[in-house]
Design a protein around this ligand. Structure first.
Ligand SMILES: O=C(O)CCC(=O)C(=O)O
Length: 262
C-alpha cells in the first residue's frame, strides 16, 4: 500500500483558492499512491485564527468539492486534512474529510481536543465527540488531528476498535517539534500501528510550523521524515506488518485493565 503525505507550505500571502487548486494538483500528481494525506487546516493555516470565521465553509463547501474531485481524478483514497467547518447551527469545527477513490465522502472527523487552552481554537471552535475509523481495502484508518496526538487514550480506543494505521494531520509549531517527533513514534510503538503524521511548512498567525512530517511503522521505525519546507513523502507500507508485530510481540494483549485507583 503506497501512501503519500503532502506537507504543504501554508502562507497567508497565497489566496485560499490558489492553495486549494495547488493541493488538487499535488494530489493528482500522486495518482500512483493508494492513500494521499494532507495536513490540518491547510486552506487557512492552523494559527490564522482571525480568518477562521470568514473562511469557514459548510461541510459540502469548496474544499469538500475540490478534494472530492481530486480524489476521483487521481483514483486514490484521500485524507484531505482538515478545514474550518461551519455547522448548520453556526458552530465552527476543525473537520477532517476522507474520500474514497470515486470521490465519495467516506468519513468526516471533528477534532476532539481543541488546542489553545483559553484562546484560539479552544474558544473559537466546538469540540468533536466521536472517534472515527475508516476501513480501506488493506488497512483500517484511525483518525486524529494535531493536539489529539498528546492524548494516548484516544488512540487506544481507536486501536481497540480495530484501527491499524493512525493518520494525524497537523499544524504543529516548530518550537515543539521534539514533542511531535517523539509522540508520533510513541503512538506507533504503544499501539503497534503505522503512524502517518502530516504537518505544514511556513508561518501562519505568526507561528512557524515544524514541518517534519513522518511515517512510522508498527515497530517504531521511522520510514520517512520530511524537512522543514514543502515536501511530499511517499512510502510503501506493508499492511500485514501490523498483525505480525502484534503477534510476535504481544504487548497489546498483555494489558491489565480495570486496576483499582490507588
Ligand atoms: O500540542 C501542540 O504542541 C500543538 C498542537 C497544535 O498546534 C494544534 O492542535 O493545532
Amino acid at each position: 500500500m503506497r501512501a503519500s503525505l503532502i506537507q504543504m507550505h501554508v502562507d497567508p500571502a497565497e489566496p485560499v483558492n490558489s492553495r486549494r487548486e495547488r493541493a488538487g494538483s499535488l494530489i493528482r500528481e500522486r495518482a500512483s499512491s493508494d492513500l494521499v494525506v494532507l495536513p490540518e487546516l491547510w486552506p487557512v493555516g492552523a494559527f490564522a485564527f482571525e480568518t477562521f470565521a470568514d473562511q469557514a465553509e459548510p461541510c459540502e463547501g469548496p474544499t469538500h468539492q475540490a478534494m472530492s474531485q481530486a480524489a476521483r481524478d487521481a483514483g486514490v483514497w484521500l485524507h484531505a486534512g482538515s478545514f474550518v467547518e461551519r455547522a448548520p447551527d453556526g458552530t465552527l469545527y476543525n473537520t477532517s474529510l476522507v474520500f474514497s477513490p470515486d470521490g465519495a465522502l467516506a468519513a468526516s472527523y471533528r477534532k476532539i481536543h481543541r488546542f489553545g487552552f483559553d484562546k484560539g481554537e479552544a474558544v473559537l471552535m466546538g469540540a468533536g465527540d466521536t472517534p472515527v475509523m475508516v476501513p480501506l481495502p488493506d488497512t483500517t484508518l484511525g483518525l486524529a488531528t494535531c493536539y489529539d496526538l498528546r492524548f494516548p487514550e484516544l488512540f487506544r480506543q481507536l486501536v481497540d476498535a480495530g484501527a491499524q494505521t493512525l493518520v494525524i494531520p497537523a499544524g504543529w509549531p516548530a518550537r515543539r517539534r521534539a514533542h511531535w517527533s517523539l509522540l508520533a513514534r510513541a503512538r506507533a510503538v504503544e499501539n503497534q500501528s503505522y503512524v502517518l503524521a502530516c504537518g505544514t511548512a511556513g508561518t501562519n498567525g505568526g507561528v512557524e510550523q515544524a514541518g517534519h512530517s513522518v511515517v512510522v511503522d508498527p515497530w517504531g521505525e521511522v520510514l520517512a521524515e520530511a524537512g522543514p519546507y514543502e515536501e511530499v513523502l511517499t512510502v510503501d507500507l506493508d499492511p500485514a506488518k501490523v498483525a505480525k508485530t502484534r503477534a510476535d510481540f504481544p504487548a497489546l494483549r498483555d494489558r491489565v485493565l480495570g486496576l483499582d485507583t490507588p
